[in-house]
Design a protein around this ligand. Structure first.
Ligand SMILES: CCCCCCCC/C=C\CCCCCCCCCCC/C=C/C(=O)SCCNC(=O)CCNC(=O)[C@H](O)C(C)(C)COP(=O)(O)OP(=O)(O)OC[C@H]1O[C@@H](n2cnc3c(N)ncnc32)[C@H](O)[C@@H]1OP(=O)(O)O
Ligand SMILES: Cc1cc2nc3c(=O)[nH]c(=O)nc-3n(C[C@H](O)[C@H](O)[C@H](O)COP(=O)(O)OP(=O)(O)OC[C@H]3O[C@@H](n4cnc5c(N)ncnc54)[C@H](O)[C@@H]3O)c2cc1C
Length: 667
């Protein structure tokens, strides 16, 4: 971007920056080569003239919008092939390269489920022979798939799914059926008109026995004509709050037959005669969900970085109100309340990225152990992935909404892109495991851990802190980062203990454990949240400290300020918990507040530099308010002019309706 086109405010902001933005970019990407590779792909895609929309997406009809998304995503796949052909799924590492999708369509790609769930399920749940047959076809997009689990009647409760797969040993086939309305598959992305295959999660029956839910590889459309195969009823579920171009669909089966070997057989198998071979652990069927819950953290970090870039740049450009009489109007970023809205979101993006990488490394290690037959770490991984996915998605949605509010009226414009990002992030609170449902899964793990505390057993690493805080004394508070982390752990331990006690108190004679659990569930969710906050604080602080030592002192200082801001913000938000479970005093809280305000002031001069460090191209930001040059007002007007209503000075509705109304009023 030529600096002479950049508005004066952003030029000044960039001059103020105390660190090398390029260094931050490389740190986020994971190295200079990674930045170069990402930029190369982004450049090829974003400068392809076929990708540019003449009419903005939001003015298209629902149908046109989908067709446009498909057209452009096919071009993207063609381009990406060149950059991914040397990769195999096995050497896949979460990479920023995939954020390019936002530069192609503003909303969600209809192929997201193909890449995000169909391929991972084939890779992780097929046996070697199945993998060799299906994965290359899926990777090259010779076949296009999705992940069809949720039904009209059941999403959270997977054991309640109603689609059946009944084995017929005479033909060595499974017969798939949708026995009633509530058993229609409902929601899968790309299912409606994009995918020709899917993973179907169905209740398995063989030799008259029921064996629970299992994944099946199912072709639903003819490869040549794309017509649904006989016995398949498929369609789209309609417009939603967001995800307009995701092509979410419904699917029903009527005595639809698939070969025996189309059951994914890495974990459990059905032999030719119908004999069922059990999996080593029946929760391995849920493996794709664990994978996606892990990678969602990267997606949330990315979406937050987009929203942060938009809101921070806009706040530097926008002037409003006078702080002092006869002085120029302030840049809104100089109002401390505005910094309070903005900087925690910026910091949270960094926290999610580093905690996401830590979680990813844990996932890779546990998966390798599972491969060797060792399932010991699976419950802990599941508990971690559940609470982190749940809390981070909810936090991300709150932060994006705050960024939108920070942009005032213009943040309400679709052209700001904040409403679309809002829709994308809000959906993640529900999909891949609804918030409360996942929090209660982590609570199950915490209750078991508390049993371990009471039995003086050695706990697994992420809950080992519970033993330290098992007595009733309030923990000694220290106004340091270590003190804050210890305070969060004390709060988590205290809440875990109370939730445990609440269950016991509800367990009167004649009360089932499940009812007592339900009665205590608000406290259980609260304990899970506290546990998750303790992890977010501990891991982000240790990771940011580690990273700060790998970069120049100037950048290191900024990283530590962002990490400390996160800890301080949450200490103040959760001061009630800290007052309950630590010896923190009102004077300590006042000190925390003062430090928080100090951190806002320290971050302020670098704010634009920090979001520049996310290195998000204008085509990927898709925002009138957030572009690199800060020409906010020109862009808002340019975009407004694209409204089809502005194509004619008088709309025909005037003559048809308004004029007759006015005439009637005269009579
Ligand atoms: C080579 C080139 C490379 C290119 C690669 C590019 C890759 C691109 C990558 C990234 C792109 C970026 C994309 C990022 C975002 C992707 C998003 C995509 C998804 C978006 C669309 C959404 C899809 C969906 O929503 S799919 C449907 C998801 N559904 C759910 O999540 C349902 C939630 N419900 C459940 O999980 C379960 O029903 C339950 C856990 C709530 C309860 O299960 P149940 O069987 O009833 O269990 P329960 O009796 O309560 O407990 C039994 C015990 O089992 C334990 N347990 C439960 N689940 C698990 C598990 N998963 N693992 C381990 N253990 C589990 C549970 O704790 C209990 O244990 P206990 O000991 O008895 O306490
Ligand atoms: C945008 C989007 C994309 C999606 N994509 C896919 C996809 O590609 N493939 C797919 O298979 N699915 C997909 N889904 C479905 C998604 O996984 C489910 O919507 C999700 O798992 C929640 O299930 P549900 O809708 O049945 O909600 P419900 O389970 O009905 O939840 C409704 C309410 O009941 C509460 N509740 C439910 N059970 C419990 C419990 N045990 N304890 C306490 N409270 C409970 C919940 O907390 C919630 O408040 C998608 C959903 C969305 C929104």
């Amino acid at each position: 971007m030529a600096e002479h086109n950049v508005c004066v405010e952003l030029v000044r902001e960039r001059q103020k920056c105390t660190f090398e933005v390029q260094e931050l970019i490389h740190l986020i990407d994971g190295g200079i080569t990674a930045t170069e590779e990402r930029r190369e792909v982004e450049n090829v895609v974003c400068t392809d003239p076929r990708i540019k929309d003449v009419v903005p997406e939001e003015y298209l009809s629902h149908k046109e919008r989908y067709e446009n998304a498909i057209r452009k995503n096919c071009i993207l796949q063609e381009i990406l092939k060149k950059y991914t052909e040397k990769r195999t799924w096995d050497n896949f590492r979460p990479s920023n390269k995939y954020r390019i999708s936002s530069g192609v369509v503003k909303d969600i790609s209809p192929f997201m489920l193909h890449t995000g769930m169909f391929i991972p399920t084939l890779v992780n749940q097929s046996d070697d022979e199945q993998k060799a047959k299906w994965v290359p076809k899926a990777m090259s997009m010779e076949i296009i798939g999705t992940y069809a689990q949720t039904e009209l009647g059941h999403g959270s409760f997977i054991r309640g799914l109603e689609t059946t797969a009944t084995y017929d040993p005479n033909t060595e086939e499974f017969v798939l059926n949708t026995p009633n309305l509530t058993s229609y598959k409902w929601w899968p992305g790309g299912l409606a008109h994009t995918a020709n295959h899917c993973i179907v999660v169905a209740q398995l029956y063989s030799k008259g026995q029921h064996y629970g839910v299992h994944p099946f590889f199912v072709q639903i459309r003819d490869i040549e004509t794309h017509v649904p195969l006989p016995g398949i009823k498929v369609g789209e579920i309609g417009p939603k709050l967001g995800f307009q171009t995701a092509n979410n669909g419904f699917l029903g089966f009527e005595n639809f037959r698939i070969p025996r070997r189309n059951m994914l057989m890495k974990n459990a198998q059905v032999l030719k005669d119908g004999t069922y071979i059990k999996s080593k652990n029946d929760k391995l069927t849920y493996g794709t969900m664990v994978f996606v819950r892990v990678i969602i953290l990267f997606d949330l970090a990315f979406e937050l970085s987009r929203a942060a870039t938009i809101a921070v740049r806009y706040s530097a450009v926008r002037h409003q109100s006078q702080l002092k009489a006869n002085e120029p109007e302030l840049q809104i970023i100089d109002y401390v309340t505005q910094q309070h809205k903005l900087f925690i979101g910026v910091s949270t993006s960094h926290v999610f990225r580093v905690v996401g990488l830590w979680l990813w490394n844990t996932y890779v290690k546990v998966n390798a152990d599972i491969g060797k037959g060792n399932m010991d770490q699976l419950p802990e991984l599941h508990a971690l992935a559940c609470c982190l996915k749940a809390v981070c998605s909810r936090d991300a949605a709150a932060r994006v909404e705050e960024f939108r509010l920070a942009c005032g009226g213009h943040g309400f414009m679709t052209s700001s892109n904040l409403p679309i990002i809002n829709g994308i992030v809000s959906a993640s609170i529900t999909y891949e495991g609804e918030f409360s449902v996942l929090m209660l899964q982590t609570a199950r793990f915490l209750m078991k851990a508390w049993n371990g505390v009471l039995a003086r057993k050695t706990l697994t690493p992420t809950v080992s802190y519970l033993s330290k805080f098992s007595n009733s004394d309030r923990v000694q508070w220290a106004n340091t980062t270590a003190g804050i982390i210890s305070g969060f752990q004390a709060a988590a331990a205290g809440k875990t203990k109370e939730a445990y006690a609440a269950i016991q108190s509800y367990l009167k004679p004649g009360t089932d454990y499940e009812d007592a659990w339900n009665s205590a569930s608000v406290q259980l969710v609260s304990a899970s949240e506290a546990h998750c906050r303790a992890i977010l604080c501990e891991i982000s602080w240790s990771e940011m400290q580690r990273l700060s030592k790998t970069v120049s002192p100037n950048l290191g200082k900024v990283l530590l300020e962002l990490a400390e801001l996160y800890l301080t913000y949450w200490s103040l938000e959760k001061r009630g918990d800290l007052l309950m479970y630590t010896t923190i005093s009102t004077a300590d809280i006042a000190k925390l507040q003062a430090r928080y305000e100090e951190l806002l002031a320290l971050i302020r001069p670098n704010a634009v530099g920090i979001v520049d460090g996310f290195d998000i191209r204008d085509e990927i930001l898709n925002s009138t308010l957030g572009a690199y040059d800060g020409r906010v007002y020109e862009r808002l007007m340019e975009e407004a002019k694209k409204s089809p209503l502005n194509a004619e000075p008088v709309n025909e509705s005037f003559h048809k309706y308004i004029k007759p109304l006015m005439l009637k009023a005269k009579l």
